[in-house]
Write a protein of this length. Sequence first.
Length: 577
Amino acid sequence: MNQPSRTGTSPTASSRAANLGQRLAGQQDFNRVLQDTADIVVITQDAQGRLLSINRYGRWICGAPEKSLRRRTFASLLAEPAPELADQLAAVASGKMHELRHESGLRRQGGDTLLLSWWHARWPVDGGRKHRIISIGLDISDQRIAEEHIAWLSTHDPLTGLFNRRRFIEEGRRWLRGTAAGSRPGFALMLLDLDQFKDINDLYGHQQGDRLLRSAARQLRATLKQEDVIARLGGDEFGILLASDHLQEIKRSAQRCCNALAELTLAQGDARLPVTTSIGIGICPRDGDTIEALLANADIAMYQAKAQGRNTWQLFDASDEHRERIHERVYWEQQVREILANNSIQLHFQPILAIPTNQISHHEALLRVSDGRGGFLATQQLISAAEQSGMIAQLDERVIQQVCSHLALLDGAGIRAQLALNLSGLSFRNPRLISQVRHWLRHYRINPSNIIFEITETAALADIPAAVEVMQALRLLGCRFALDDFGVGFSSLSYLKKLPLDFVKIDGSFIRQLHEDTEHQVLIQALVDVAQAFQLKTVAEFVEGPETLDILRELGVDYAQGYHVGRPQAFETLWPL
């Protein structure tokens, strides 16, 4: 655990310790400052590393009185001191080393260990005739726990504990490299989708749906081999990397998965609903030599399984073009073309609550398109079709225009409003985007700061340099930015320094059952701490009850959005001008 170095392993904590130590060393009344300093350990040592003094907080951390600590060596306080630590401290005392930074565990009386970031420097006394060592320690135990939680989040689905899509794709590529190099045999990629899961969510609520997903994850773990990789890719879709390319073994594994999930039942009152699944299978290298090709072909096979009556599996068949899937894609692309041709876009607006003031801060604009029968077309299907067909840039431009138009109407009526809208990641490659935004801002004469563009974390990380370039250009116009789905797919916090953001929207998968899940509360606290460190405001999605809102308030979340705050409404309903 003890890792002394000249540069240190925790720059932020060590820098804080160093700055504080330099300030303290320059104080005339040093003893008074030591006694009054809170929440840091301050130690003075002689050239041999023996303790001369330790402040009140340090004694409390150690759990021992100063008398029992004095004249002990600094190394004796540590849980696992490095062998070279004594020599390095001596080098600091002699001036051979300017400073020393490291992280080490401090052993408390009773056996507990805390992780501290240490900074040591030379401190002259008696007018410079003698030198001692001043040591500053910051407790970073909670910070390290938060970092570990965040690192876990970067590769796992918080609901089921399985790998997430990002980690699944990474593992698939690693397996592909092994197969290509001849170090491992081929393998199968299975896509598994719970049949009619949306109906379960709609009829019985997200709580039942989440329970079912957790149960499905447990069943798959118990059914498959240890070397197989299981992931939740999103919604009710699971991915499996099966460590075999033997056809009979693949078929047996797929059937075992179907049978295992069929053992699950969803109880609702006296009724017990069976759970079924459809599985599509692509085999490497037969059905693809990239993870994208294997996923696409397994996806086609999964829809073939659904077409066969569900609760079954299907191997990808390259000769079957899967006409039903093609017809579905053509249908949605035609819907997008008609929407653009007829300008039949509608926007509904969902309120977002400022938690500290309990007042509505702004609204998110949500795309709605009438199906002609009193309902709306599936928004996600429309967006997917627009992205696949290359029409998403036009669709986003129309939404931006409508948002600007609505803001102008509200401004004319003396109503101050701020509206957020989603941008597809593909729109960041649209060379017209910045000029179009500038045009509509000028045309409608609206305040750019009243527009908040939202981009998903996955889209932003796909091409950070391109995202930063567009975001900075739009921020120069006066617009603001929110990072949507925060916490789901990130593998490093470094991108938060690069992206010019104002808000982060914590993904709803962490929020739905927040009042029942203390682990999620710890994770939310970690995400809030990260956002605050970067001076970003936090927005929690899917707030569906007062108890969730109360917890968010305690955790320091800034804004809340969800059915408890308000449902999306048409413009004329929300603002009857």
